[in-house]
Design a protein around this ligand. Structure first.
Ligand SMILES: *[C@@H]1O[C@H](CO)[C@@H](O)[C@H](O)[C@H]1NC(C)=O
Ligand SMILES: *[C@@H]1O[C@H](CO)[C@@H](O)[C@H](O)[C@H]1NC(C)=O
Ligand SMILES: *[C@@H]1O[C@H](CO)[C@@H](O)[C@H](O)[C@H]1NC(C)=O
Ligand SMILES: *[C@@H]1O[C@H](CO)[C@@H](O)[C@H](O)[C@H]1NC(C)=O
Ligand SMILES: *[C@@H]1O[C@H](CO)[C@@H](O)[C@H](O)[C@H]1NC(C)=O
Length: 574
């Protein structure tokens, strides 16, 4: 019963969660089978856009072709229609203008710290948004549909039949920053208050790890939420699964997870912000950054009503912004971007014209359609808002190895010496599929060679060591989740709080559509890749001077039976 409940909860929670996928046009070399420990640089395209840089990519910034808005599909492949009554193509499109530098700075505060007067004002403004005519761009549900338009692919890209979508790539952070920027100013306009700032749901801090109470009030309340998760006592669970852990244990897990997603797993911009989506179908990539995969996706699902087909509202992209807590959630996502950027010395994220010149359109507070570019949203001082500082205990929540590294490596070396590359009771060579890939019906442990050891601090700074799990074929499974551990002696006792945890893979119901016309047959050809930054983790596991490591893939809840993996290897990312 308990197991069944766990599985069904898991099934429900997984609507949105992130993975990295690719069209396997470059088939991995046949020799890349994972049980052979191999350091060969296999010519597999690690992820969408990359290998196409400069070659197949048209090198033009991403833009939506606003002239035709069409029906699109939800995450679970159900048709949705979110096109506006006021056709964007019929509007005058104006360039974005920065707010007056002398206008007040809006200070976004933690949702659990705002006062009653603030909440009453906020609630009244949302009530007005819900009452204005449904075709008006400031109408609450029209605002929500802005998100629907760009998450389901209701517009094609310019000069292409590829869909314009803003999740699971480097467009994720900038698009959402622009979206909530305009939403905030529209709310302020209704209040007649040019200092109004959205609250942020500080789920990264212990005080903020409960559903923010203010969103239970009046127009901020919402019927389509998960009653079980929104109990007073429930601490946000970042790990997709309802563990029913005691609050203090869950909080410690969450803090360690935040450390992983913000620091050790996010040393490079691409790991944090997502893959480099290029224009056109051939530039497609599907690799969300650490924070987008979780807690962004997981908390969306966590809030949504489990009895709805896709955990609407928050649990499905097309309906997520129908719940005002969306904006508090995304304020915190946006805040994480500012924190990450500061930790990286305020350096530019990507110096890439295709990214910087990519553009989005939104209605401003004066109902004018604005064209805003990625380059316009990179400095929040110029956008005249900031985040009130709060303590961030996750900065110091660096996980510890569960077994002393020397002991663990001794045990693993002995196993290796005996020619046993796997743990007792686990998969063996006879399970290799006819295509030379491995089925994830059981835990798999492989030894993976490291092409470079003893790198200097500077070398590591320049190039992050990446664990690449490639050629993940989820077939037509409903969903798949597996965790990845390094140098683990007993994986049954591990969680994100253990330093051995390198990351997690979770897929969607269906493979997402990339083209607006006739993409039948395309999804069956797609394979996924998972990239995990591991330089710091290897230091903590004292494995930096080893010429190989043991990588363990642990399928969760029996979800891997239809999934195969072509291999695991080490790569480097600049
Ligand atoms: C925009 O879409 C319309 C309708 O599909 C098409 O005729 C037009 O060529 C497209 N424009 C661009 C610039 O892609
Ligand atoms: C895209 O289409 C527009 C309008 O048809 C054209 O002016 C532009 O040159 C095209 N851009 C590319 C890169 O093909
Ligand atoms: C908010 O909505 C829920 C679900 O409809 C309802 O049970 C609850 O009483 C509402 N809360 C308030 C304060 O109105
Ligand atoms: C695996 O595939 C079989 C046959 O298509 C299907 O019945 C089963 O539900 C799948 N299992 C999972 C966990 O996806
Ligand atoms: C790597 O560093 C260790 C410890 O400093 C040393 O014993 C080992 O010889 C080094 N290996 C290589 C190949 O430099």
């Amino acid at each position: 019963m308990e197991g069944k409940r766990w599985l069904s909860l898991l099934l429900l929670v997984l609507v949105l969660v992130g993975i990295s996928m690719d069209l396997p046009r470059e088939a991995p070399a046949a020799s890349s089978n994972i049980l052979k420990s191999s350091s060969a640089r296999i010519p597999v395209n690690p992820q969408g856009g990359e290998q196409r840089d400069g070659s197949k990519s048209k090198g033009i910034p991403l833009k939506a072709n606003l002239s035709v808005c069409h029906a699109s599909f939800s995450d679970a492949d159900r048709p949705v229609y979110c096109c506006p009554a006021w056709k964007d193509a019929d509007q005058t499109l104006l360039d974005f203008e920065f707010p007056d530098p002398s206008s007040p700075v809006r200070i976004r505060r933690p949702a659990h710290l705002v006062d009653e007067e603030f909440v009453a004002k906020y609630e009244r403004a949302v009530a007005i948004m819900k009452q204005i005519p449904p075709d008006h761009p400031h109408n609450f549900w029209r605002q929500a549909n802005m998100h629907c338009l760009y998450c389901t692919g209701a517009y094609d890209q310019m000069n292409s039949s590829a869909l314009f979508k803003i999740h699971r790539s480097w467009l994720f952070f900038p698009w959402h920053r622009a979206f909530i920027y305009f939403h905030e100013r529209i709310l302020g306009k209704f209040m007649g208050d040019d200092t109004f700032a959205l609250p942020y749901w500080s789920w990264d801090t212990p005080e903020g790890m409960w559903f923010p109470d203010i969103y239970r009030k009046g127009a901020l309340n919402e019927t389509e939420r998960d009653a079980i998760h929104l109990r007073e006592a429930a601490v946000d669970d970042f790990d997709y699964v309802d563990h029913d852990l005691a609050s203090d244990v869950q909080i410690a897990d969450n803090l360690a997870f935040m450390y992983h997603q913000m620091i050790s797993g996010a040393k490079k911009t691409e790991l944090f912000m997502g893959c480099k989506l290029r224009s056109g179908v051939e530039g497609w990539c599907d690799g969300p950054g650490t924070i987008e995969a979780a807690p962004h996706n997981t908390l969306h699902s966590w809030v949504g009503n489990r009895y709805n087909p896709e955990r609407e509202n928050m649990g499905a992209f097309y309906s997520a912004a129908r719940d005002e807590v969306f904006f508090a959630h995304h304020s915190n996502i946006d805040r994480m971007w500012t924190v990450w950027k500061k930790l990286h010395g305020d350096k530019p994220e990507f110096v890439d014209q295709e990214w910087l010149e990519s553009e989005f359109t939104f209605y401003d507070e004066n109902v004018r359609l604005r064209r805003i570019k990625v380059r316009d949203v990179l400095n929040i001082d110029k956008l005249r808002y900031r985040y009130e500082d709060i303590d961030m205990p996750w900065l110091a929540a660096r996980p510890k190895p569960s077994v002393h590294p020397k002991i663990a490596r001794d045990i693993l070396k002995k196993r290796n010496g005996e020619g046993v590359l796997r743990m007792p009771g686990e998969t063996d060579r006879s399970q290799l599929s006819e295509y030379g890939s491995w089925t994830l019906d059981k835990t798999i442990t492989v030894r993976v060679d490291r092409p470079r050891i003893n790198r200097t601090g500077q070398e590591k700074e320049e190039e992050e060591e990446i664990l690449l799990v490639y050629g993940i074929d989820t077939k037509r499974s409903r969903f798949v989740k597996f965790d990845v551990f390094i140098n683990v002696v007993d994986e049954t006792v591990l969680s994100p709080k253990s330093r051995e945890f390198a990351g997690t893979f979770v897929n969607l119901h269906h493979v997402s559509r990339t083209k607006s016309h006739d993409d039948g047959g395309m999804d069956s050809k797609m394979k996924s890749h998972l990239k995990l930054g591991i330089s710091e983790l290897l230091e903590d596991l004292e494995a930096d001077e080893d010429d190989s490591i043991w990588v363990t893939l642990v399928p969760r809840g029996g979800t891997g039976v239809n999934t195969t993996v072509d291999g695991v290897r080490i790569d480097y990312m600049k």
